[in-house]
Write a protein that binds this ligand. Structure first.
Ligand SMILES: Cc1cc2nc3c(=O)[nH]c(=O)nc-3n(C[C@H](O)[C@H](O)[C@H](O)COP(=O)(O)OP(=O)(O)OC[C@H]3O[C@@H](n4cnc5c(N)ncnc54)[C@H](O)[C@@H]3O)c2cc1C
Length: 285
């Protein structure tokens, strides 16, 4: 360990009001939920915040609930809770699949969806599922609440539309009775405990033999997780054929911009992304 706990102040918020008042003070508190990202930074001696505020047990942040129109997932809901929520299993299977991919069982018991989002990693596994489902984020501070489309949350590499005094409060998933075909693949160095080299989630609705609605989202191929709007627009209304799929593969370069890094290369990521897209679309032939 290259950091000493004695150099840090760590407290647990009594409740939401307490958490928001500390975050809005000038004292420099930063939230921690499961700690599965933050404690890695701590352990490496690169955690710059000295005042850590646990929001993990605030009830409003842990609950999963639903209305007729949407499912609300509190930001501190763990991956284990997500996989155990019947409504998410039935209606948002991609999110549950991503939750099941994340780290080990220990990570899934501790790590949270909000932490995954706010950590801002382009390689995180749940964001592409949230993008496919047109998720909205609810942010809260002592100034009030605001809602934004998750697609507008990431502004650049590790740059997010989240102020220092704001907490990610909840993730809202619009419910739909449309029959979507789902697809999800994570490609890493091994099946478990691997950070993605490429992560892909897709959903599609057919209208007869034509594509009516298609949503495609990738992780690890750009500075932040993204929807492939160009390919989606290109495929919309088309009848799936082998030549259409080949053209979609080529068009993908208009949406993604993979790089070389310690986990993979740009050319591998580009090739695998095309293959995953084709694998998904070939199921429609
Ligand atoms: C061994 C290991 C394996 C892993 N495998 C995977 C994997 O396969 N896929 C994957 O995607 N991730 C993986 N991770 C990363 C991590 O587990 C996830 O990103 C997890 O979701 C982080 O959630 P957390 O609650 O632990 O976040 P924390 O570590 O508590 O916080 C992460 C960041 O989010 C901020 N934050 C937390 N809650 C809030 C909030 N409510 N509002 C505002 N900011 C907040 C914190 O300030 C911090 O900046 C792995 C990590 C480890 C250690």
């Amino acid at each position: 360990m290259r950091a000493s706990p004695a150099d840090y102040e760590f407290i647990e918020a009594y409740d939401l009001v307490h958490a928001l008042s500390l975050l809005s003070s000038e004292e420099g508190w930063r939230p921690i939920a499961g700690g599965t990202d933050l404690m890695v930074l701590f352990n490496s001696g690169v955690l710059t915040y000295k005042r850590i505020l646990s929001v993990r047990k605030i009830p409003e942040l842990t609950q999963i609930s639903s209305t007729q129109d949407a499912v609300r997932v509190g930001s501190s809901a763990t991956y284990a809770a997500i996989q155990g929520a019947e409504i998410l299993v039935n209606e948002f299977p991609l999110l549950c699949q991503a939750a099941g991919w994340t780290g080990s069982v220990a990570n899934q018991n501790r790590g949270t969806l909000g932490g995954n989002i706010a950590n801002g990693s382009p390689a995180a596994d749940s964001p592409p599922a949230l993008l496919v489902y047109d998720a909205e984020l609810e942010l809260i501070s002592s100034r009030g609440t605001r809602r934004i489309a998750y697609a507008d949350f990431h502004l650049g590499y590790k740059k997010m539309n989240l102020a220092a005094d704001e907490l990610l409060y909840a993730i809202h998933l619009p419910r739909t009775n449309r029959r979507l075909r789902h697809y999800a693949r994570k490609v890493g160095s091994r099946r478990a405990q691997a950070i993605s080299k490429v992560c892909f989630h897709g959903a599609i609705q057919m209208d007869g033999d034509s594509i009516r609605d298609v949503r495609l989202a990738f992780g690890s191929v750009a500075p932040y997780p993204l929807r492939c709007r160009n390919v989606e627009q290109f495929l919309s209304g088309q009848r799936p054929t082998a030549s259409l799929i080949e053209a979609a593969r080529q068009k993908l370069s208009e949406d993604i911009s993979p790089i070389d890094d310690i986990r993979s290369t740009a050319s591998y990521r580009s090739h695998v992304s095309q293959n995953l897209l084709a694998d998904f679309l070939e199921q429609l032939l």
